[in-house]
Design a protein around this ligand. Structure first.
Ligand SMILES: [Zn+2]
Length: 142
């Protein structure tokens, strides 16, 4: 995407637009591709069906929505004030499932990277590429 907007504005726009090539996952994919990394998508044979799988790097990437996956400390996460009885267990289950999947993948020898939607921008994606290439085990949520 052309740099007409700053990272922050761009990511806000991206959150508003659903579908098409502005989807956060597509942003991540095109960035990896430009960096010369090769990957596969949604491998159903892996726990949690990771969004992006880099077999040669033994790395998987989940691109996660801040609300649905409850990004810790993020302004987009938190349980809605109305219908809390519905949301609380639902979101809790998602968090527990994410954790279990991450753990299972790690036990299988995969490096797991989480990219939160609110973080997506040039800086975060550059760091992701660096992490994947270096085999850095840090699981970036910062
Ligand atoms: Zn967030």
């Amino acid at each position: 995407m052309a740099d007409k907007f700053g990272t922050e504005v761009r990511s806000r726009i991206m959150r508003q637009i659903k579908g098409g090539d502005t989807k956060p996952e597509v942003m991540v994919r095109s960035c990896l591709h430009r960096a010369g990394l090769r990957f596969r998508l949604h491998r159903g044979d892996l726990p949690g069906r990771p969004d992006i799988v880099l077999p040669r790097r033994r790395a998987v990437i989940f691109v996660q929505g801040c609300f649905w996956h409850q990004h810790p400390g993020c302004k987009h996460s938190g349980i809605p004030l109305s219908n809390r009885r519905y949301w609380r267990p639902k979101l809790k289950r998602t968090i527990a499932r994410d954790k279990a999947n991450e753990q299972a993948l790690a036990e299988m020898g995969w490096r797991v990277y989480i990219v939160w939607e609110c973080e997506i921008g040039e800086k975060r994606l550059k760091r992701l590429v660096r992490q994947v290439k270096q085999g850095n085990r840090a699981r970036g949520s910062k």
